[in-house]
Design a protein around this ligand. Structure first.
Ligand code: DAH
Length: 357
């Protein structure tokens, strides 16, 4: 066979391919037709295998001719493929195709989160609904904000209540989230409604119930006519949302230099329902929330007039709350990086669950 004959054969094949391609109505049919022409054993594929039989001086031309033909045929397929695809999309859009938009989507699995994160998200959600902002402050803090501005001057015995990591640069690792109280007063002025979730540090020996690194969530409300009744109402709402049921609370006097009066808020033990068990040390109550009315001195440090404004503050132990909520009895689990302690979305109560379909 010489090149002239080859050209005739190719013209025939191209003609045949054109008809077959037009006749293919679906992508699958088109794929079959394509194999018949362009596949290794297809008509063009087989001709490719004959190039080496040409005399050497014709081989180049034969190769070019074949390539040109196979490109032309490939173009036919591609054009038809586009046509079929767009008509399938159109059929879907008109409801005639296989696509049914009412079918449930594919559920994407979400990663699990740390118990503290789970509780923190939930608390943020509860408070944001009440119009609170979520604030933050530095973990490396000054003596002024961590102690002084909270009515704990140098040499005050209350400093011993919180063993502190002092840094060589004169700062310290904050021992609580309370320093953000005065920072927020300075930043916004009254009225204030905010919470401050964050990491805190204390120079503690670690055991089952003590950690040197843990999380708290501070709360601060300042406005005209804020009273203890407001404090109790907000605390009860918070506990009800976190534990997803009504919890009984009681206030006991508690001493914290930055509040006056200060309280320890207890809730009825959820394990025994208040009748007394090992968890609540037979008392029926568990201590969950230190709180109180913001001390006038602290308001003054924040440049707020205590004759015009009052407020309440609370310091929620986020780590402890997460342990209670998720039944973790050893605090060392919280910083151990053990993935078994993580909380799957299905165990994150209430409205904080964000699941995409
Ligand atoms: N900052 C205190 C602590 O870590 C907890 C606390 C007590 C915070 C009473 C408050 C409060 O806002 O009113 O021990």
């Amino acid at each position: 066979m010489d090149v002239e004959q080859l050209k005739l054969i190719l013209a025939g094949i191209e003609q045949e391919a054109r008809q077959a391609v037009q006749a293919a109505a679906t992508l699958e049919a088109l794929r079959g037709v394509r194999a018949k022409f362009l596949g290794k054993k297809g008509s063009l594929g087989q001709l490719m295998g004959t190039i080496r039989d040409y005399p050497p001086e014709q081989r180049g031309l034969a190769g070019q001719t074949l390539n040109a033909a196979s490109q032309a045929v490939t173009a036919l397929f591609e054009e038809r493929q586009k046509q079929i695809e767009s008509s399938e999309v159109a059929a879907d859009a008109s409801g005639a195709g296989a696509h049914d938009p009412s079918l449930p989507g594919v559920r994407l699995p979400l990663g699990n989160v740390h118990p503290v994160t789970a509780v923190q998200w939930q608390i943020e959600h509860v408070f944001q609904r009440l119009g609170f902002t979520v604030e933050a402050g530095p973990e490396m803090e000054s003596d002024y904000y961590n102690f002084e501005a909270l009515n704990i001057p140098a040499m005050h015995p209350a400093r011993d209540m919180q063993d502190t990591f002092w840094l060589t640069n004169g700062l310290l690792l904050r021992t609580h989230t309370s320093p953000v109280q005065v920072r927020t007063m300075e930043k916004f002025g009254p009225p204030i409604r905010c919470i401050v979730p964050g990491r805190c540090f204390r120079y503690e020996t670690i055991d089952a119930s003590h950690e040197n690194t843990f999380h708290q969530c501070e709360g601060l409300v300042i406005d005209r006519n804020i009273s203890i009744a407001n404090l109790i109402a907000v605390m009860r709402l918070l506990l009800r949302e976190v534990f997803q049921r009504d919890v009984k609370v009681r206030l006991r006097p508690g001493y914290f230099p930055f509040v006056e009066p200060g309280f320890e808020l207890d809730m009825s033990c959820l394990i025994c329902g208040g009748s007394g068990c090992a968890t609540c040390k037979r008392s029926g109550w568990v201590e969950v929330l230190p709180c109180g009315m913001v001390h006038p001195n602290v308001l003054r440090y924040g440049e707020i007039d205590p004759h015009e404004y009052t407020g309440f503050a609370f310091g929620l132990g986020l780590t402890r709350l997460a342990m209670m909520k998720y039944g973790i009895s050893d605090i060392r689990v919280m910083n151990a990086g053990d993935v078994r302690a993580l909380v799957p979305p299905s165990r994150m109560a209430g409205p904080t669950i964000v699941e995409r379909n």
